[in-house]
Design a protein around this ligand. Structure first.
Ligand code: COA
Length: 179
């Protein structure tokens, strides 16, 4: 467990997720999906039951080096971040990362605190060599955040996202852990 103070004085407690966080994580996903158009899902589009989410979470957590971090402000889930590595040996030196923060906690340093923790874990794992992510082309704030941590542009999937009738490219970024 790590405690950090956000820019407005709120205490954020960061720890690894547990199976019994499943219900809170579903509630969180359903809310955060409606707070921006920068995710692959919208408001109330997380259709898993608490049981399915718990199974998915436990399945993810029991496979090292995967990591799922949750950040709580009081009892409320304020932010989440995770990385998942593929199982096949030829690609298992990579992991895919994602991060979200509830809107009322944006700009306070929550994502920065989560990423510091997440990247430290990734670096400490000798099997991992690179962290990859994808981000909407118009998500300037997230792109700045990733650049701050050393992520570099590595490619683009054209018109990958469709929100309503608008298409957006997916910008691919990666961070080398061994350079
Ligand atoms: C993107 C997101 C994760 C950032 O979370 P956050 O907790 O607000 O980020 P932080 O407060 O740690 O800020 C991180 C960096 O983002 C950038 N940033 C923050 N606010 C910004 C703003 N208003 N304008 C431009 N850049 C900004 C800065 O580089 C900042 O670092 P600094 O404070 O050292 O200057 C959050 O806005 C979010 O969840 N958005 C919706 C979902 C999403 O976009 N997820 C990412 C999908 S790829």
């Amino acid at each position: 467990m790590k405690s950090v103070q956000l820019k407005d004085g709120t205490t954020l407690k960061i720890r690894e997720a547990r199976g019994d966080d499943a219900e809170k994580i579903i509630e969180y996903m359903n809310a955060v999906g409606g707070e921006s158009n920068f995710l692959t899902f919208g408001k109330k589009e997380c259709r898993l039951s608490a049981e399915e989410e718990r199974d998915a979470l436990q399945n993810l957590l029991c496979r090292p080096p995967n990591l799922f971090l949750v950040g709580f402000a009081g009892d409320g889930l304020a932010c989440c971040a995770n990385f998942v590595a593929p199982r096949n040996a030829r690609v298992a030196h990579n992991c895919e990362m994602s991060v979200t923060v509830r809107k009322k906690y944006w700009h306070l340093g929550a994502a920065t605190a989560l990423l510091e923790e997440l990247i430290a874990h990734a670096k400490a794992n000798p099997s991992l060599e690179a962290v990859h992510l994808g981000v909407y082309e118009n998500n300037g704030r997230a792109i700045r955040l990733y650049r701050k941590f050393g992520f570099e542009y590595s490619g683009c999937l054209r018109r990958y996202f469709r929100v309503g009738d608008r298409y957006y490219d997916e910008i691919l970024m990666d961070l080398s852990l061994r350079r």
